[in-house]
Design a protein around this ligand. Structure first.
Ligand SMILES: Cc1cc2nc3c(=O)[nH]c(=O)nc-3n(C[C@H](O)[C@H](O)[C@H](O)COP(=O)(O)O)c2cc1C
Length: 328
């Protein structure tokens, strides 16, 4: 059965260093329906850093969610207000990141052990803004690994007014595993996320973790309200184009995507942005196709790069793909 996509949400996960405005502009070219997330931005960076630069985005990126890392209620409320004032559609609290750095500041996944703290954050933030305040979390941390622990966490946070929960279907082990290992080693437990839906039918439950194909997305949508793709949406972004099937909307070709990306790159160069550091976001455009390596080689490890060189690399790879198609 087809899911009613007016009730469902597909998103690309917040990913530090990856889901920058330059990636998100690109991601949007694949699919007009997706919710996009910023990288996690800490309250201290937003308050003491270059706020306007951290929060800049292209209008096409909307619907767009600002993910915040923080635990101080007044700072989080202030940053939620900034999110609303800058035009974000939603603000999300990071309760899933296991890195030592964030643990040290008592933000991220360690907050799962403090549901009242998270509930209080939701309450003060939601009192400050009209846009929804949502929470992204894990199914548990360390020895707090039972379904009941997560259910009680969700219950407490929902009481404070959070309606949407995005659940990375893995425990986070806060000692002994790096953030990268924490995205690989703890096993995925999709069933735990599914169980939240009948237990909290009025809440919106989204699932995340290890999802890479349209078929997998369809399967999850039979159980929950949304699916969030992380690494797959970055490393093989064309899957975002294929997801148009779910809405029965046209699937853009890679040539069309490239043609829209190039003028954006021109404008970024005019703004003084360094092309070599933007180009890393586009390496996955031809993932899995002949010529993909040539494309990656042309874009990576360069001190200097021009939009014309990117155009030529794209045309070369598109030519290789076309020749392969016609020779088959
Ligand atoms: C490079 C990278 C950076 C990440 N940064 C964040 C972050 O800023 N906030 C967050 O909640 N999760 C972060 N994550 C976790 C992802 O949002 C996602 O939960 C995780 O990758 C699992 O989804 P996937 O298997 O589809 O990649 C990051 C993941 C990666 C790969």
């Amino acid at each position: 059965m087809l899911a009613d996509m007016t009730q469902k949400r597909i998103s690309v996960a917040p990913m530090i260093d990856w889901t920058t405005t330059d990636y998100r502009f690109f991601a949007r070219l694949f699919n007009p329906h997706l919710y996009l997330y910023t990288e996690m931005i800490s309250t201290s960076a937003l308050i003491h850093g270059n706020t306007a630069r951290l929060l800049r985005f292209d209008a096409s990126e909307r619907p767009l969610v600002l993910q915040l890392g923080g635990a101080d209620p007044s700072e989080m409320a202030h940053c939620a207000r900034l999110a609303q004032d800058y035009g974000f559609d939603e603000v999300n609290i990071n309760v899933g990141c296991p890195s030592d750095r964030v643990q040290h500041n008592k933000i991220g996944a360690c907050l799962m052990a403090e549901p009242d703290t998270v509930a209080n954050l939701v309450q003060v933030m939601q009192a400050e803004v009209d846009i929804p305040v949502t929470v992204k979390h894990r199914i548990g941390i360390d020895d707090f690994d039972s379904y009941e622990f997560m259910r009680d966490f969700v219950d407490t946070v929902a009481e404070a007014g959070c309606r949407r929960f995005i659940v990375h279907a893995r425990i986070a082990w806060l000692q002994g595993l790096s953030p990268i290992q924490n995205r690989e080693i703890p096993p995925l437990r999709y069933e735990d996320v599914y169980r939240l839906k009948p237990d909290f039918p009025k809440l919106l439950i989204e699932i995340n973790g290890g999802i890479t194909t349209v078929d997998e997305v369809r399967t999850h949508l039979n159980h929950v309200d949304g699916v969030m793709l992380g690494r797959a949406g970055y490393q093989n972004p064309y899957v975002l184009a294929e997801l148009n099937e779910l809405w029965e909307t046209p699937v853009p070709t890679r040539a069309e995507i490239l043609a829209k990306l190039l003028p954006y790159l021109e404008s970024q160069v005019e703004n003084g942005e360094p092309l070599p550091s933007l180009a890393r976001h586009y390496l996955g455009l031809f993932q899995g196709l002949p010529g993909a390596r040539k494309w990656r080689q042309a874009l990576s490890g360069k001190q200097h790069l021009t939009v014309d060189e990117i155009r030529q690399a794209g045309e070369r790879t598109l030519g290789i793909i076309e020749r392969m198609d016609t020779s088959n």
